[in-house]
Design a protein around this ligand. Structure first.
Ligand code: ZN
Ligand code: ZN
Length: 193
């Protein structure tokens, strides 16, 4: 199978952005070191955020939520870990790159995140975004990442769970997600209402 390109990633995600570029570059490092795109579950990715970058990781590495070899840890960090199941060979990629923005870009970005959508703000924010994306795509691996490699413990393989039927809405859920409410087995949405 030939290597996926940044265009493939943009096609999947819907737009080009700095986060996607980061995920693309992270994946290239992982594939270079840890091995080929995962057809099955031989490679596991652990991502510590759920931003745009994770879409690139899924397309490039073949580690996906659906296959269960993409694990999300909600730490809000730009850290990506890849582990080869058979050997336990692992690498942790932490993003260290910082965008060298101009004072104007910083000022306009601050206004943008406060909700301002004036023409002058949008123009700068747009330019900032594509400039940042370009810089990430062109930067060296060393400028972008701090990488550590070591043996790692692989999380459990994707399991097939038994399913139960919710006593309230009648829909099925995974056994491990069932809750008990007033002595009945219910799903989480019914449990919480
Ligand atoms: Zn995006
Ligand atoms: Zn229910």
């Amino acid at each position: 199978m030939h290597m996926k390109t940044f265009e493939d990633v943009v096609g999947f995600h819907g737009h080009s952005c700095p986060g996607l570029a980061i995920g693309y570059r992270v994946s290239l490092v992982a594939l270079k070191t840890i091995g080929r795109r995962a057809r099955d579950e031989e490679m596991v990715a652990i991502v510590e955020n759920n931003s745009c970058s994770v879409d690139a990781v899924q397309v490039m590495t073949g580690c996906t939520f659906g296959k269960g070899n993409l694990i999300f840890r909600d730490y809000g960090k730009q850290v990506y870990t890849f582990i080869k199941r058979l050997s336990g060979e692992g690498m942790r990629i932490s993003v260290v790159w910082a965008f060298p923005e101009t004072d104007e870009e910083k000022r306009m970005w601050d206004r943008y995140i406060k909700g301002e959508r004036f023409e002058e703000v949008l123009r700068v924010v747009h330019g900032r975004k594509s400039k940042k994306t370009e810089m990430i795509l062109r930067a060296g691996d060393d400028e972008l990442f701090a990488v550590t490699r070591r043996k790692m413990v692989v999380p459990d393989e994707a399991k097939i769970y038994a399913s139960l039927r919710c006593a309230q809405c009648g829909e099925k859920m995974m056994e491990s997600r069932a809750r008990v409410k007033n002595g009945e087995i219910v799903c989480i949405p019914c449990f919480e209402t």
